[in-house]
Design a protein around this ligand. Structure first.
Ligand SMILES: Cc1cc2nc3c(=O)[nH]c(=O)nc-3n(C[C@H](O)[C@H](O)[C@H](O)COP(=O)(O)OP(=O)(O)OC[C@H]3O[C@@H](n4cnc5c(N)ncnc54)[C@H](O)[C@@H]3O)c2cc1C
Length: 597
C-alpha cells in the first residue's frame, strides 16, 4: 500500500522563512493566520489527507465509478464518507468570504491544502476542487441572488460544482461551441446540447450539483464573442432554498479512462435544462476565465502533488530494496546487498525529483501569495504587480509543473524496477493519474502559446520586465554573498538565457508567428527552470539564515542546501538547450510537407 506524509514542515519553512506570511498582515484575513494557527490548520489538513483520503486512493483506482441504469453515478466505496469528512471539517470554505459561510483565510492556505489532497487522492480531491472553482466564478460574476442561492450550500459542501466547456467537436477551440441557450421569457434560459469529459458531472456525494455551462444564446455571434455562461443546477432551487424538480440535465455515460478512475468523467446531456445567465451576455469566456485560472493553478499543483507522493514512495523503496553493492565498496556489509539508494544513478533520479518538488512548492506558495495580494490588497501598485505575476505565472505553473510532475512520476516508478509496473505497488497509478494534468484545463501546448502569444506582450511587456527586474536585482544584491555562491551565478546565467529568448521572439516572431509557436513549449520550460532556480536561490538564502537556530535545524537546512545545489548544477544548465532550440526557429519544423509525416 503506497504511503503519504503531507510536507507540513516544508510548507511552514516557506511561510515563515522564505516568504514570511506575517509581512502580509495588512491584507484581509491574514491577521488571523498567525504561524501557530496556520501550522494547526495544516496539521489537521494533513491528518485528513493521510488518514482518510490516502487509504482510499488505490481502492478507488481499482473500483472506479459506476453509472447505474437510471443515470446516477456511484463513486468508489468510502469516497462519500471521506467527502463528508472534508465538508464537515470546513475545508471547502477555508478562504471563502465569511458572509457566504467561509472562513476568509488566505487563499494560499487553500492552495497548499490542494497539494496535500491531490497527493493523497487526486480523483477524490477533484470533486471539492471543481466546486471551489465554481464558487470563485460565482463570487466574481454571479448576481447577488445567485450568490445567496448557491454559495452557502456549496461552501458547506452540500452541493458541488462543475465546469462545462468541452463538446465532442470543440475542446481547445471554444469558438466552435454549439450548446444553445434560448430565453424562456422569465429571465431563465433553456439550455440544450452535449458536453463531454465533464469531471464530477454526476455522483452520489452531494444533494445537488451546480453546473456552470458555456452556451451560445440564440442569434449570438459565431466564435468566442458569442459565448455566455450559465448556472444550471441539477435540481432547481425553490425560493425558500429547498430543492425542487430535477432539471433537464443528465449523465449519458461515463468515460473509461487511463487514470483518476475514482472521478466520474461524464457526458452531460442538456435537454432544455433551465439555466440562468452568469455575468454579461456574450462575455461567458471572460466569466469562465475566473474558474479556469483557479483551475489552472490547481492543476499545476496536481502535477507537483503526484511528483511528491511518487517521490515519497520511491525513497521508501530505495532505502529498503537490496540490490548490488556500492561502487565504493559495501555500505551494509552485514546484508546480502546494499539498498539501492547507495547507487549514484538512483540518487540522481531521486534528487532530480526532490529538487523539483521543493522549488515547485515554493513557486506555488509564491504564486498563491500573489493571488491573495491581487484579490485583497487595497494598494493599487501592489495589486497590479501581483496581477501581472498571476497572469504570467498561471501558464508556467500549469504547464511546467504538470509536464515535470508526470516525468517525475515515471522516474519514481523506475526506482521500483519491474515492481513499479505492477499495479499493487501503486506507482503505476501515480503515473496514470499524473498524465491527465498535462491535458485538461488547456493542454500544455496551449499553455505555452498563452504565455508566449498573450502574456509576454501584454501591457507592453510590463509583467515579464517586472520579473526580469526582480530576479536581476536579487542576483545583484547577493552576488558577493559567499553562502549563495553556487546559486546566484547559475541563476544569473539562466536569466540571461530567458532574456535572450524573449528578445529573440520580439525580433523574429512578430512577422513570423510560427517562430513563436515552434518555440513556445521550450520557452515555457526555460521560464519555469528560471523561476524554479529563483525559488532555490531564495530558499538557500533563508536556509542559511535559519541554520544558526540550532535544535537540529542546521542538518535539515544543510540537506535543503544540497538539494538546491543539485538543482543548480543539474537542472539549470537546461536553459541553454532551451535557448538553442527556440532560436533555431520554425523553418525546418514547418518545411515538412504534411504527407511526409
Ligand atoms: C479526464 C478528463 C477530464 C476533463 N474534465 C473536464 C471538465 O471538467 N470540463 C471541461 O469542460 N472539460 C474537461 N476535459 C476536457 C479537456 O479540458 C480537453 O480534453 C482539453 O481542453 C483538450 O481539448 P480536446 O481534447 O478537444 O483536444 P483538441 O483541442 O482537439 O487538441 C488536440 C491537440 O492539439 C493541440 N492543439 C489544438 N489547438 C492548437 C493550437 N491552436 N496550437 C497548438 N496546438 C493545438 C492541443 O494542445 C492538443 O495536444 C476533461 C478531459 C479529460 C480527459
Amino acid at each position: 500500500m503506497p504511503v503519504y506524509k503531507a510536507p507540513v514542515e516544508d510548507v511552514m519553512f516557506l511561510l515563515n522563512d522564505v516568504f514570511p506570511i506575517e509581512r502580509h498582515n495588512n491584507l484581509p484575513g491574514f491577521a488571523d493566520a498567525t504561524p501557530d494557527v496556520v501550522e494547526a490548520i495544516l496539521a489537521e489538513g494533513a491528518k485528513l489527507c493521510e488518514e482518510v483520503f490516502t487509504p482510499l486512493n488505490l481502492s478507488g483506482d481499482q473500483e472506479g465509478c459506476t453509472r447505474n441504469a437510471d443515470g446516477s453515478v456511484t463513486t468508489p466505496k468510502g469516497f462519500k464518507d471521506a467527502y463528508e469528512a472534508y465538508a464537515s471539517g470546513g475545508w471547502m470554505g477555508l478562504s471563502v468570504p465569511e458572509e457566504f459561510g467561509g472562513q476568509g483565510l488566505p487563499s494560499v492556505l487553500n492552495t497548499i491544502m490542494q497539494e496535500f489532497l491531490s497527493s493523497s487522492n487526486l480523483a477524490l480531491a477533484m470533486y471539492p476542487g471543481l466546486t471551489q472553482g465554481a464558487i470563485a466564478a460565482l463570487l466574481v460574476h454571479g448576481t447577488e441572488e445567485q450568490k445567496r442561492t448557491y454559495l452557502p450550500k456549496m461552501v458547506e459542501g452540500a452541493w458541488t460544482g462543475t465546469m462545462n466547456l468541452t463538446e465532442p467537436h470543440c475542446g481547445t477551440d471554444l469558438g466552435l461551441l454549439k450548446t444553445k441557450a434560448v430565453p424562456n421569457g422569465d429571465g431563465s434560459y433553456a439550455i440544450s446540447g452535449t458536453k463531454i469529459f465533464i469531471s464530477a458531472g454526476e455522483h452520489d456525494m452531494a444533494e445537488n450539483i451546480v453546473h456552470l455551462v458555456l452556451a451560445r444564446i440564440e442569434g449570438a455571434p459565431q466564435g468566442t464573442k458569442g459565448i455566455s455562461l450559465f448556472v444550471v443546477p441539477k435540481f432547481i432551487v425553490n425560493d425558500d432554498g429547498s430543492l425542487g424538480d430535477q432539471n433537464g440535465v443528465s449523465c449519458g455515460s461515463i468515460e473509461h479512462k487511463m487514470g483518476i478512475h475514482g472521478n466520474a468523467t461524464c457526458v452531460m446531456n442538456y435537454d432544455g435544462a433551465k439555466g440562468w445567465l452568469v455575468g454579461q451576455e456574450n462575455r461567458g469566456l471572460n466569466a469562465m476565465f475566473v474558474m479556469m485560472n483557479e483551475a489552472r493553478l490547481a492543476v499545476g499543483v496536481q502535477g507537483l502533488a503526484q511528483s511528491e507522493v511518487a517521490y515519497q514512495n520511491a525513497v521508501a523503496y530505495a532505502k529498503d530494496r537490496l540490490q548490488g553493492r556500492s561502487l565504493t565498496g559495501p555500505k551494509f556489509p552485514d546484508k546480502v546487498a546494499d539498498p539501492i539508494i547507495v547507487h549514484p544513478d538512483v540518487r540522481r533520479t531521486l534528487l532530480s525529483i526532490k529538487s523539483f518538488n521543493e522549488a515547485a512548492r515554493a513557486l506555488v506558495v509564491w504564486t498563491g501569495l500573489n493571488s491573495d495580494i491581487a484579490h485583497r490588497s487595497s494598494d493599487d501598485a501592489q495589486r497590479q504587480t501581483a496581477e501581472d505575476y498571476m497572469g504570467l505565472m498561471t501558464p508556467v505553473v500549469k504547464g511546467v509543473l504538470t509536464d515535470l510532475g508526470f516525468d517525475n512520476a515515471v522516474k519514481a516508478q523506475q526506482m521500483f524496477g519491474g515492481h513499479g509496473y505492477i499495479e499493487e505497488w501503486g506507482m503505476s497509478q501515480f503515473v496514470r493519474d499524473a498524465r491527465i494534468a498535462m491535458i485538461y484545463e488547456g493542454a500544455n501546448g496551449i499553455q505555452a502559446m498563452d504565455l508566449v502569444g498573450r502574456k509576454l506582450g501584454k501591457d507592453g511587456g510590463r509583467a515579464i520586465m517586472t520579473f526580469f527586474n526582480e530576479v536581476g536585482a536579487f542576483c545583484q544584491e547577493n552576488a558577493d554573498d559567499e553562502n549563495l555562491k553556487g546559486f546566484v551565478a547559475p541563476l544569473q546565467q539562466g536569466l540571461g538565457h530567458l532574456q535572450q529568448a524573449t528578445m529573440w521572439f520580439m525580433q523574429n516572431a512578430m512577422a513570423k508567428p510560427d517562430n513563436a509557436g515552434a518555440g513556445a513549449t521550450d520557452y515555457m520550460h526555460l521560464f519555469g527552470t528560471v523561476a524554479l532556480g529563483y525559488m532555490w536561490a531564495k530558499i538557500a538564502k533563508a536556509a542559511h539564515a535559519k541554520k544558526s537556530q540550532g535544535n537540529g535545524v542546521a542538518e535539515k537546512m544543510d540537506a535543503k542546501l544540497l538539494t538546491g545545489r543539485f538543482f543548480m548544477e543539474r537542472m539549470m544548465p537546461e536553459t541553454s538547450v532551451r535557448l538553442a532550440r527556440i532560436s533555431s526557429g520554425a523553418d525546418v519544423t514547418m518545411a515538412m510537407p504534411m504527407e511526409a509525416f
